[in-house]
Structures are given as C-alpha cells and as structure tokens.
Design a binder for this molecule. Sequence first.
Ligand code: NAI
Length: 328
Amino acid sequence: TRTPVNVTVTGAAGQIGYALLFRIASGQLLGADVPVSLRLLEIPQGLKAAEGTAMELDDCAFPLLRGIEITDDANAAFSGANVALLVGARPRTKGMERGDLLSANGGIFKPQGKAINDHAADDIKVLVVGNPANTNALIAQAAAPDVPAERFTAMTRLDHNRAISQLAAKTGAAVTDIKRLTIWGNHSATQYPDIFHAEIAGKNAAETVNDEQWLADTFIPTVAKRGAAIIEARGASSAASAANAAIDHVHTWVNGTPAGDWTSMGIPSDGSYGVPEGIISSFPVTTKDGRYEIVQGLDINDFSRARIDASVKELTEERDAVRELGLL
Ligand code: NAI
C-alpha cells in the first residue's frame, strides 16, 4: 500500500478548516487512491475545538485517512509535510492599520515559513489561504531559503471560480464551457479578473459579451467584492467556497490543468508580464506533474494593463511595508 501523504492544515479549528478537512480526508485534495495523514496546527485556544473536529473525522471512517495529529507546535505540525495549507491568520480588527495587520501576520507566517524550511519533506507544496494571502506567502517563502521559492503559492482560485460563475450567469453558458479565465495580481479588491483571453464554448469571451461597461462596472467589481457581499448576506465570511477553492488549487497543481485550459494561482513572479520578480502575484498558469508554468505570450490590451499594474502596485507596496518591518 502507498505511504500516506502528510497534509498540514493551520487554523484547523476555524470555519474554513471545518469545511476543508473532511474533503481532504475523503480524497478530494489529492485523489481517490491517495491515503492522507493530517497534521492540524492551532493556537492553544483552538486545540480543543480541533480535537472535536478530529473526533468527527474519526466518525466518518474515511478509508483514505491514516492518522490525525493535533498540535500548537509549528515544528511538529510541519514535520515531514508534503502539502501545507496555511489557513490560520490574524484577521483585521477594528481600528487596525495595514502596518499592524502585516506585522501581526508576519508574527505567524515568518515562524511557520522557518518551520517548513527546517522540517517539511523535500517535495513540500505550500498554499497560503490566510489573508493578506499573497504577502503572507511572501513572508513565509522568505523565511524558507532552503525550499525552492516556487513551492510557495497564494490562493486566488476562489476569485477565479467566482469569475467563471459570474460569466456563466451573464452569458447563459455552462461553467464547464468557460476556459482560460485569468485572475491577475493580488487577492484583494484590486484583483483583475480578465476575460479577454477567456473562451466560452470555444469563442472569445470578451467578444461574446461585447459590453465593456458591464465588464468595468459590474463584472470586475462583483468578483472583487464578492467576499464582502457574502459577509453581508451570511453574517460570516466565505468558508465552504474558500475550502472548495483550496481543494481545487492543490488538486490542479498536483494533477494538472486540462488540455486547452489554464487556472489562476498566486505565485512568485519571474518578471513575466512586467510583474516585478519575486512578488507573489496571480497569473494564468498551466500545471503538469506537480509543476506549474506561467502562460506566456498573451496580448495585454490597455484596459487590462492599467488594472494589472494597479494590483501589482498594491503588492509591491505590501512587499515594501513588510520589508521595512524586517519580515523579509
Ligand atoms: P477563522 O477565524 O474561522 O479561523 C481561523 C483559525 O486560525 C482560528 O481557529 C484560529 O485559532 C487559527 N489561528 C490563528 N492563528 C494561528 C496560528 N498562528 N497558527 C495556527 N492557527 C491559527 O477564519 P476562517 O474563516 O477560517 O478564515 C481563515 C483565513 O482565510 C482568513 O485570513 C480569511 O481572511 C482567509 N480567507 C482567504 C480567502 C482567499 O480567497 N484567499 C477566502 C476566504 C478567507
């Protein structure tokens, strides 16, 4: 029988954790034939709730689940980790400035990056979900100099999925007919969902929609502000859809993008499309055999250029701020 894949989840007792763990344990993260062993990292106050979740995981009698460890020690949690889902983060609370938020999260992601550097398996793949996800991923990556930088990624798949859903609703297409959509930049209100290269049943999406006003005034803000709309409606932030996107992100990274399609991932820039090297920005990527590549050669029109640049500017400002805080 196969050796189980070690999957570490931080913030395991939170609402995304609760939606995520059962899907990992059921085989949806890595595949229906891949046994998994879970490591749950929480802060001391979260341990008891994590134990409750572990009891429920036991009660599912998942055939693929080979073990659950619960700890508040990052070194133990990342020991031998093959996949790490960094979900736990410090949320912005009232009156908190951006600098306070970045420094509070630096206090979480810097030591976790170091623990990954020192204890994770050689093939470690990291997905940062906890916000500000791109910059938290950068902090963790900088603290892990022995791990190849490209193993640190940030989640923009929820934005990608939201954009597909909005485009399908607008055009009456099935979500499965929509391909090659791209989220560029930061997982924040400045993100840019790009349909100029997207296809709907093989036809160019922007030409099919043919409505730049809808694009600028409805589609882009709806996707970018969807998180706030969910909070407004549900009284709590997106959890099941965020967990679903985390599953999709890792599943695609490990198992590959379908021919003729791509996905969106926040990844360390190699300078492609004028995005400064090193910052963690969302790009169109194809994946194969556990590796990803930025889709090259796309024509970027003025409409797209201005929006990509604005989101990238925000990312460079976040990078400069955490550098000043000594977190890089
Ligand atoms: P939550 O507040 O329900 O859960 C967070 C959990 O993390 C808590 O149980 C807390 O005890 C734990 N935690 C805090 N610091 C920790 C540490 N140092 N180590 C381990 N665990 C720690 O929050 P929720 O709803 O599960 O969201 C988690 C994060 O995901 C938030 O930062 C949220 O903004 C972000 N998010 C990101 C999305 C994306 O698309 N990238 C989408 C939705 C949420």
